[in-house]
Write a protein that binds this ligand. Sequence first.
Ligand code: AMP
Length: 129
Amino acid sequence: MSVFTKIISGAIPSYKVAETDDFIAFLDINPNAKGHTLVVPKKEENKIFELSRDAYQKLMDFSYTVAKALEKAVPCKRVGMSVIGLEVPHVHVHLVPLNEMADIQFSQKVTLSKEEFVALAALIASKLE
Ligand code: AMP
């Protein structure tokens, strides 16, 4: 069972931004940049390009919704998107507010307090349409 499945089941906590029957979005615990959000299908599958075309398109559609809220909530030049999955083998889309190229490099990390994570998740959630 992946760490994200444990988050989805509520077994471990997360800073949740959005949720539907099929997807959840929460803040990355070790963010590249403030507002770095993960969009995750609840059904645990390993690789994004092993999803059905329909599941892939629904994931992109939900990522679009979350990215729009993120761009409104966190000042940035644009929201970037990456898919990696080398650390957690459960499909997820990284949405990262970008101001410079380094923000999308996964070697760069920022530190946030618990209070900052809580406030940020609530702010992004408030911008969802
Ligand atoms: P990757 O699988 O390489 O795409 O990276 C997995 C991402 O998940 C990393 O950016 C981690 O910081 C993030 N991550 C791992 N565990 C958690 C967690 N419990 N809550 C939020 N983000 C996590």
